[in-house]
Design a protein around this ligand. Structure first.
Ligand code: SF4
Length: 137
């Protein structure tokens, strides 16, 4: 059996994960000991995690979770008010791809109304501005 370190580069590229990671050298190193972004989208340079779009600090993760809490509360209020409009995300990812209710809601046949394509940095900036704006009120 081959060791994981000896898998061909092409396979490593295909299996490379994406997403947002905590900006913490120990954690990044624990996920990818190569330090050269072989399995995750973050490198370690001079002992520090480096990535253009895939790192967030603990404080930024806190803001993301706060935003998620706000969205869930808003969704609950909307559902309670009877607002159950179909507004799934369309764009790079199709939220309806595996939904068994497609033939009932027919959303697929309408024009996508909830599309966006932004990078992680922009999302974090927008969340930070929104949360800071709410805290100032
Ligand atoms: S197909 Fe309809 S019910 Fe299913 S996820 Fe999309 S909008 Fe929602």
């Amino acid at each position: 059996m081959k060791s994981i370190d000896k898998l061909p580069d092409e396979l490593n590229k295909k299996l490379k994960m994406n997403g947002l990671l905590l900006k913490d050298t120990e954690i990044i190193h624990g996920m990818d000991k190569t330090d050269s972004a072989t399995y995750i989208p973050v490198k370690i340079k001079a002992g520090e995690p480096v990535s253009a779009t895939s790192l967030a600090t603990l404080s930024e993760f806190g803001k993301i979770f706060k935003k998620v809490d706000m969205l869930i509360a808003e969704m609950g209020k909307n559902i309670y008010s009877g607002n159950i409009e179909a507004k799934p995300l369309k764009g790079g990812h199709d939220s309806c791809e595996y939904c068994p209710y497609d033939s009932v809601c027919a959303y697929r046949q309408s024009n996508p109304i909830n599309c966006f394509s932004v990078d992680n940095k922009t999302v974090i900036e927008e969340i930070t501005n929104e949360i800071n704006g709410k805290e100032e009120k």
